[in-house]
Design a protein around this ligand. Structure first.
Ligand code: HEM
Length: 404
């Protein structure tokens, strides 16, 4: 126990280049120490099992959230959203949300996402260069989530900006000025959503908000306005920065491991499994946390009630015990049971939509362009938003393309 390594989520080395750090942790053993009262799990077996363990919950005590985001309106936002609730509240919310994010709705998004990606690529096809992150990986999910909620076009940029500020509330640690930003963003966003909700009640459509208003399930209390608003804000952002990171990883692999580009060009039919490999290769969300609501025995250790566990999803995805040659991207890897969408009762509700977006983007990239090459230094910096912050992310990736 005493010689157990310590891993802190804000470790400066890990934020910039985490995989060598993860590897050392995995090599050392199944568990290591984290911050006060925290245990950190770097290997696949434990991460996968603990994600599914009902003795671990997501409802952290109020003081815990206040310690990270500070007291204010973002606190009750965090207490109301599906990802931060436990049974029975979580079960009810999730059931109602599943109805709003149905497989039919996701299938229906394939065409519009294709049009959107084509529209963006048309703009750069003549010039022969663009920035794969700024011009593609950022706008696609933002536009898709705005469509899903049917946010009026003139408001989209403002809502995206405010959501990025609110998402700071998910960060591992939050500097003082960012805390203020998160609190004032939630106030502004709620005000905006109240208006949008009123409008959708008058004129319901096919969008997520309208579906949430009408989502009723046998024996289940319908969603309250506060629940609709805060969960719609969460879903909007949940599908935003995460998908951006997944697309950026695929782009980066195209440039730095060019065999991936050749593999997909040779058979665009493997695009689904290519997207899974991009997701495995660099999990858009590196870690998630849980709190023990009952004692849990794992890896020869008893996690006492109230202790926090940190599950290193990105490290589990590179566990040599499960994934052969994990640092090499193989777009036909099978099986590929990565944990990038989490697991258990909180398994990502937008996974199908994210997969559609990724598949459409990469299918279009390899069929429209004969090759994609680096056209300058990429930008690799601390991410702005919540889920990955303070970990670094691709913020710019200039590429040159030749029409096919
Ligand atoms: C590549 C893109 C995405 C990744 C990697 C991702 C990852 C995740 C992860 C790891 C979780 C579980 C968190 C935990 O257990 O602590 C999660 C939950 C969730 N995600 Fe995603 N996500 C993505 C895209 C999306 C999209 C597009 C949407 C919405 C359309 C979405 C909506 C949600 C929701 C609502 C939850 C909470 C589910 C629950 O608590 O029951 N995600 N996501």
């Amino acid at each position: 126990m005493l010689n157990m390594p310590r891993f802190l989520l804000d470790d400066a080395r890990a934020m910039r280049d985490p995989y060598p750090v993860y590897r050392r942790l995995r090599d050392h053993g199944p568990v290591c120490r984290g911050g006060p009262g925290q245990w950190v799990f770097p290997r696949y077996e434990e991460v996968s099992a603990l994600l599914r363990d009902p003795r671990l919950g997501r409802e952290f005590p109020e003081e815990y959230q206040e310690m990270s985001v500070g007291a204010g309106p973002a606190n009750d936002y965090l207490r109301r959203i599906v990802v931060d609730r436990d049974r029975p509240g979580h079960t009810r919310l999730r059931r109602l949300l599943v109805k709003s994010l149905s497989p039919a709705m996701v299938r229906g998004m394939r065409e519009p996402v294709g049009r959107l990606v084509d529209g963006l690529l048309d703009r750069f096809a003549d010039e022969g260069r663009f920035d794969l992150v700024r011009d593609l990986a950022v706008p696609v999910p933002m536009m898709v989530m705005s469509e899903l909620l049917d946010i009026p076009r003139p408001d989209r940029a403002d809502i995206a900006r405010l959501s990025t500020s609110l998402a700071q509330a998910f960060a591992v640690f939050i500097p003082e000025d960012k805390r203020r930003e998160a609190h004032s963003a939630v106030v502004e966003l709620r005000e905006y959503m109240v208006g949008l909700l009123r409008e959708r009640r008058r004129r319901p459509g096919e969008d997520l908000l309208s579906r949430m208003i009408t989502a009723v399930r046998d024996g289940e209390e319908p969603l309250t306005d506060e629940e609709i608003i805060d969960n719609a804000l969460f879903v909007y952002y949940a599908g935003f920065e995460t998908t951006t990171n997944a697309i950026a990883t695929g782009g980066d692999l195209f440039l730095r491991q060019p065999h991936t580009q050749r593999q997909l060009r040779a058979d665009p039919g493997i695009v689904g499994s290519a997207v899974e490999e991009f997701l495995r290769y660099d999990a858009p969300i590196h870690a998630t946390t849980r709190m023990a609501v009952e004692p849990v025995e794992v890896a020869g250790l008893t996690i006492r009630k109230g202790r926090v566990v940190v599950l290193l999803l990105a490290s589990a995805n590179h566990d040599e015990r499960v994934f052969r040659d994990p640092a090499r991207a193989d777009l036909t890897r099978s099986p590929n049971a990565h944990l990038s969408f989490g697991g258990g009762v909180h398994l990502c509700l937008g996974a199908a939509l994210a997969r559609v977006e990724g598949a459409v983007v990469f299918e279009r990239l390899v069929t429209r362009f004969a090759d994609i090459e680096s056209a300058g230094e990429g930008v690799w910096e601390p991410s702005e938003g919540g889920f990955r912050f303070p970990y670094w992310a691709h913020r710019g990736m200039p590429v040159a393309v030749r029409p096919a």
